[in-house]
Design a protein around this ligand. Sequence first.
Ligand code: ZN
Length: 68
Amino acid sequence: MRTEKRPEGRDAQPWPTGSMNPGDEAPEGTPGTGENVCPDCAGSGRVQNGRCNTCGGIGVVIVGIGGA
Ligand SMILES: [Zn+2]
């Protein structure tokens, strides 16, 4: 079994780990955070001008949960 590194590109993830959208309060997977419906596009991922930049077009943002 060979263990060569995969070439980048085809198998690369859409977003590198830790990437964030403008509406995110924390990178995905951060403890104490979770997905929430994007307040700007209401979960549609779209706004009048096209793709929602707040959530990056996915309709959800990462926000802090619990506490407060
Ligand atoms: Zn949005």
